[in-house]
Design a protein around this ligand. Structure first.
Ligand SMILES: Nc1ncnc2c1ncn2[C@@H]1O[C@H](COP(=O)(O)OP(=O)(O)OP(=O)(O)O)[C@@H](O)[C@H]1O
Length: 567
C-alpha cells in the first residue's frame, strides 16, 4: 500500500465528491436491498394474508425503491467519476511538476518514446484506483453493515451469519486474492512490456530487416513473444473468473445459511414465517454489492504497480542549486572526473582532469565510444559526475543552476531536433528577439544563404539532409551568439570543404571566444590551442597539435592512419 500513498492523498483531496459518491453508492445499495427485501415480504404477505390495501402499498413501495436505486446509482457514478478525473488531473500536474526539473538528464535513463507511453499508460491505470479499489469495499461494507443492523431486529443469529459472510467477502477474500495476484500480474506486465518494445523495434527496424532478409526470423520472434503475452493474459483472465466465482459462491452460501437458519427458527417459533423470505432476499440483495469486489485484487495490483513505476521515474531530487555561472568568459577546470551510466556498470569516464583557459580552442578527439559526448554532457550539467568536480570561472559547476549555464553557452549536440514549421520558426528557438536580417546572416555563415526563412520544415526536419540539419543547428548557435561554444561533431555529415570554411569563419570572426569541439576529423587541428585525446574513458594525451605530433604517441598514430587512408 505504501506505493499508493501519494495517489491515496491526491484522491482524498476530492473529499466532497468521494463522500457524495459513497453516500449515493450506499443509498443505491440500500435501495436495492430494500427492493428485494420488500418483494420477499410482499410475496409472503400475499401468500399468507392477501390483504389488498397492504399489497397495493407494498407494490407502490417497490416502485419507489426501484426509482430511488436508479437515481442514487446515477449520483454515485457522477460523483465518483468526477472525483476520479479531477484526481487524474492533479496527478498529471503533480507528476509533471516533479518531472520537468529532471529533464534533460532523465533521457539518459529512459528513452523519450518509452517514457511517454509508460507515463500515459500508468496514469490511465490509476483511474481505477478510486473507482474499483478504494470505494467499492466501503460501499459494500456499509450496505452489509446496514443489512446486519436491520436483520438483527428479526433474528440475531441470522444477523451474525450475514456479518460473517460480509467479513469474508469484503475483507478476507479481496486481501487473499490481492496477495496471490502479486506475481501473476507481474508476469503479464513483463510480457506485455517485452511485446510492446519488440513490436516498436520491429517497426523501426523494418527497412533494415527487409534489406538483410531477416524479416521472417524477426517475425517469428515477435509471434513467440505475442504468444507468451497471450498465455499470460489467459492465465490472468482465468484468475479473474476464479475470484468472481468464489465471491458469488460465498454470497450464495451465506444466503443459503440465512434460509436454513431462518427456516429452523420459524419451525421452533422464534421467527415469524412472514419474514423468512424477506431475510433471504435482503441477504441476496446485500451481497449483490460485493460483485465489483471480484475485480478489486486485479485493479489493486495494477494501480500499485502503476504508482510505483511513476514514482521510479521522478524519484530523485531535482537540481535545486541556486548559483549562476560567473560573468565574463570563464576558464574551465575539470578535476578527476569519473562517471558511469546508470544502466551500465563500466566507467564511461575515468579520472579525467584538464584546464581550458578562457578564450582557448579545445578539440576532444578519440575513437567512437571513448567518452567524448559524455564529457560534454558533464560540462553541460545534463549528468553529474560520480566523483570529481568541474569549476567554471572558479565556481563549482555543482552549485550552478543548469539553466544559467545553458543560457550562456552556444551548444550543438549530435542530435538536434527540428520542429514542423519554417526555417524561421526553427531558428527562433535560439533567439526570440532575432530579426530576419540576423537570421539570414546566420544562415549565410553556415553556407545556407540560399535557403528562405519561410521555407517549410517537416516534422523532425524530415525534408532536410543530415548536413543541412547540422548547419541549421549551427545557425541557431550563431544566432545565440554567446561566447562559450560546446560543439559535439557539428559537421560530421557536412562535406569537408564546407566544414573547414565554416570553422575558419567561426575562428576568425570570434577570435576571443572559447570553443570545445568534439571531432572525428583530425584535419585542421593545427589551429587548435589544446587537443584532449580520449580512449576507453581515459584522457591519454593532452597538448597542442605540435606537441602531440612530436610525442609520437596515440594521436600521432591516429593522424598517420588517417593520412594513409586518404593518400
Ligand atoms: N545513455 C547511455 N546509457 C548507457 N551507456 C551509454 C549511454 N550513452 C553512452 N554510453 C556508453 O558510454 C560510453 C561513451 O559514450 P560516448 O557517447 O560518450 O562516446 P563518444 O566518444 O562520444 O562516441 P562517438 O564518437 O561514437 O559519439 C560508450 O561505451 C557508450 O556505450
Amino acid at each position: 500500500m505504501s506505493d499508493l500513498k501519494d495517489v491515496f492523498w491526491l484522491t482524498l483531496k476530492e473529499k466532497r465528491d468521494i463522500a457524495l459518491a459513497v453516500l449515493f453508492g450506499f443509498l443505491a445499495g440500500l435501495a436495492g436491498v430494500a427492493l428485494l427485501g420488500a418483494s420477499g415480504y410482499l410475496i409472503s404477505k400475499a401468500a399468507l394474508t392477501a390483504q389488498m390495501t397492504t399489497l397495493v402499498v407494498m407494490a407502490a413501495t417497490l416502485k419507489l425503491f426501484g426509482f430511488a436505486a436508479a437515481i442514487a446509482r446515477y449520483g454515485e457514478r457522477l460523483f465518483s467519476h468526477r472525483a476520479t478525473f479531477t484526481m487524474l488531473g492533479h496527478l498529471r500536474g503533480n507528476f509533471f511538476e516533479r518531472l520537468a526539473p529532471l529533464a534533460p538528464g532523465i533521457f539518459q535513463r529512459h528513452k523519450s518514446g518509452d517514457l511517454l507511453s509508460r507515463i500515459v499508460g500508468d496514469v490511465e491505470s490509476l483511474q481505477n484506483f478510486l473507482l474499483r479499489v478504494l470505494y467499492p469495499p466501503i460501499v459494500a461494507g456499509l450496505v452489509l453493515l446496514a443489512t446486519v443492523f436491520f436483520t438483527s431486529f428479526y433474528s440475531l443469529p441470522v444477523a451474525f451469519v450475514i456479518l460473517g459472510g460480509a467479513i469474508f467477502s469484503v475483507v478476507i477474500l479481496p486481501i487473499f486474492f490481492a496477495y496471490r495476484r502479486r506475481n501473476k500480474a507481474h508476469t503479464t506486465r513483463v510480457s506485455r512490456g517485452e511485446f510492446a518494445s519488440a513490436s516498436t523495434e520491429f517497426l523501426y527496424g523494418f527497412r533494415d530487416l527487409k534489406i538483410h532478409l531477416a524479416l521472417d526470423q524477426k517475425s517469428e520472434d515477435l509471434r513467440a513473444q505475442a504468444r507468451r503475452y497471450e498465455q499470460a493474459q489467459q492465465r490472468e483472465g482465468l484468475e479473474e473468473n476464479r475470484v468472481q466465482s468464489i465471491n458469488a459462491l460465498f454470497a450464495f452460501l451465506t444466503s443459503f445459511l440465512v434460509l436454513a437458519l431462518g427456516a429452523y427458527f420459524v419451525s421452533i417459533g422464534e421467527l415469524s414465517g412472514l419474514f423468512l423470505a424477506m431475510l433471504v432476499m435482503v441477504s441476496l440483495g446485500a451481497f449483490e454489492n460485493t460483485g465489483p469486489l471480484a475485480a478489486l485484487p486485479a485493479y489493486f495490483e495494477e494501480s500499485r504497480i502503476a504508482a510505483r513505476r511513476l514514482e521510479e521515474v521522478v524519484d530523485r531530487s531535482p537540481d535545486d542549486s541556486t548559483g549562476v555561472m560567473p560573468e565574463g568568459l570563464p576558464d574551465i577546470v575539470a578535476d578527476d572526473l569519473c562517471y558511469h551510466y546508470p544502466s551500465d556498470g563500466r566507467l564511461a569516464l575515468e579520472n579525467i582532469s584538464f584546464h581550458l583557459p578562457a578564450g582557448s580552442k579545445t578539440a576532444i578527439v578519440g575513437p567512437s565510444g571513448s567518452g567524448k559526448s559524455t564529457l560534454l554532457l558533464l560540462l553541460l550539467k545534463v549528468i553529474e559526475p560520480d566523483t570529481g568536480s568541474v569549476h567554471i570561472g572558479g565556481s563549482e559547476l555543482a552549485t550552478m543552476k543548469p539553466e544559467s549555464l545553458w543560457q550562456r553557452m552556444n551548444v550543438v549536440l549530435q542530435d538536434n531536433h527540428f520542429f514542423a514549421g519554417t526555417i524561421e520558426s526553427n531558428l527562433r528557438i535560439a533567439n526570440e528577439q532575432a530579426g530576419p536580417d540576423q537570421m539570414l546572416q546566420a544562415l549565410e555563415l553556415v553556407h545556407l544563404g540560399h535557403v528562405e526563412l519561410s521555407a517549410p520544415v517537416l516534422e523532425k526536419g524530415r525534408n532536410l539532409s543530415g548536413g543541412e540539419k547540422q548547419r541549421l543547428a549551427m545557425a541557431r548557435a550563431f544566432l545565440k551568439s554567446e561566447r562559450l561554444w560546446l560543439l559535439d561533431e557539428p559537421f560530421s555529415s557536412v562535406d569537408g570543404l564546407t566544414a573547414q570554411a565554416i570553422y575558419r569563419e567561426l575562428f576568425t570572426g570570434r577570435p576571443e571566444d572559447s570553443f570545445v569541439i568534439i571531432s572525428h576529423d583530425l584535419a585542421g587541428l593545427e589551429a587548435i590551442d589544446q587537443i584532449l585525446v580520449l580512449e576507453n574513458g581515459r584522457l591519454i594525451e593532452n597538448g597542442t597539435y605540435k606537441e602531440l605530433m612530436k610525442r609520437r604517441g596515440y594521436f600521432y598514430g591516429l593522424k598517420k592512419i588517417e593520412e594513409e587512408i586518404f593518400v
